[in-house]
Design a protein around this ligand. Sequence first.
Ligand SMILES: O=c1nc2n(C[C@H](O)[C@H](O)[C@H](O)CO)c3cc(O)ccc3cc-2c(=O)[nH]1
Ligand SMILES: C[C@H]1O[C@@H](n2cnc3c(N)ncnc32)[C@H](O)[C@@H]1O
Ligand code: MET
Ligand code: SF4
Length: 368
Amino acid sequence: MISGTDAYDIAIDISDDDVERLLSVMPEDVESASALSYCRNVFLPLTTACRYTCTYCTYYDPPGQAELMDREEIRETCRRGAEAGCTEALFTFGDDPDERYTAVHDQLAEWGHDSIHEYLREACEIALEEGLLPHANPGDQTREQMAHVADLNASMGVMLETTTEVQAHGGPRSKNPGQRLNTLRVAGELGVPFTTGILVGIGEDWHHRAESLLAIREMHERYGHIQEVIVQPVVKNERWQGDSPDLATMRRVTAMARAALPEAVSVQVPPNLAPARDLTDCGIDDLGGVSPVTVDHINPEYEWPALQELTAVAEAAEVPLTERLPVYDRFVGDGWLSKPIEAAIGADTDAGERFRSILDRGVNPVAR
Ligand SMILES: O=c1nc2n(C[C@H](O)[C@H](O)[C@H](O)CO)c3cc(O)ccc3cc-2c(=O)[nH]1
Ligand SMILES: C[C@H]1O[C@@H](n2cnc3c(N)ncnc32)[C@H](O)[C@@H]1O
Ligand code: MET
Ligand code: SF4
C-alpha cells in the first residue's frame, strides 16, 4: 500500500505486472508529439510561509521572515502580465502557513481573512478583474479548502512528487504521499481540471517512479480530471546540493510518463529546469508555464527561456509551437468550468478576446 493512503481510505491498486511493464519502456518505444504547447503566465508567490521544510526547496522562509504579497502587488503583477499577453495567474506558495507563522496569521487577520485560502479567493478575484485566468497550487488541500476557491480557478494543481517516503521530505512535519494523492482525489471529486507531476531525483528509485505514474493514471481513470503531468528534475540551489538527474534518466522517465498516461493527458517538462530539446523525442507535448514578466520564484536562479528559444525547441523537433490557456482546451465549454471562469473566457473584453483567440488557433503554429 502507498504510504499514508490508509488514513484517507484511498485504495490504489497497482499491480507488479503493470510496474514491470512500465519499467521496460525506453525512449524509442514512445511516439513524438505532433505539436508542443506552452502557456504565458505570471507567477504570484502569495506567501513564503510553509508548514513543511522540504530539503530541496529554497522557496520557503523561516517564521519571522516569511512574506505575504499584498493586494496592490497582486493587482500590479497581474496587470503587467495581461499587458504582456499572459493568460495565467499562477498562485504557487507554501503549504498551510500555520500557527508557527504568527506574523503571517496576524497580517491576514488585519486584512480581514481567517486563512490563506480566504485570501487566495480574493487574489483570484483580482486576477480575473485584471484579465488573467487563475491556476492555484497551494500544495496539499483538504476538500473544504479546495471547494473554497475552485470556482475561481480555471485549473489547479499539486505535484505528487513521489509515492514513496523520502528523506528529502523527512522530519516530523513532512509531505506525505497519502495526503498528496488525497488532494488529487478531492480535485477529481470536485471536478477540477488538474495539473500534477513527479519530482525526479529526490531519493526515489525506478520502481517508485513507475508506481507514481501509475497512481496518477489510476486517479485519472476514476475522474478524468488530470490535464497534464509534469516530469520535473530536482535542480541544485542553496538548500539542495545533491545531484540533478542526468539526461539518460530524464529521457527514460519522460518516456515512461508518456507510456503510462492516456493520450489526452499531456506530458510536460519545464524548459528552465530540464533539457527540453533533448526530450522532445520522449513523448512530451507541453513546455508548461513560461513568464515574460516574473521570475520562477521556486527556482529563481533558473531563467525562463525566451519565446524564441521555445520556438527553436519546436523547430528542432519539426513540430509547431502552440499557445494554450492554463486550462486545456477539452475542458472548456464542456461542463467542467464554473460560471465565472466560462464567463471570463466568453466575455466581451480584451481579455476574453485574447482567451478565445488562443482557443480558436487550435493546433496552428504561433504566428511570430
Ligand atoms: O500545478 C503545478 N503547476 C506548476 N507550474 C505551472 C505550470 O507550468 C502551468 O501553470 C500549468 O501548465 C498550467 O496548466 C509551474 C509554473 C511555473 O512557472 C513554475 C513552477 C511551476 C510548478 C508547478 C507545480 O508544481 N504544480
Ligand atoms: C512547486 C513544485 O516545485 C518543485 N520544487 C521545489 N524545489 C525544487 C527544486 N530544487 N528543483 C525542482 N523542483 C523543485 C516541487 O515539486 C514543488 O511541488
Ligand atoms: C514551492 S512549492 C509550492 C507549492 C506547495 N508548497 C508544494 O510543495 O506543493
Ligand atoms: S516544496 Fe512546497 S511544501 Fe516543500 S518546503 Fe517548499 S514550499 Fe513548502
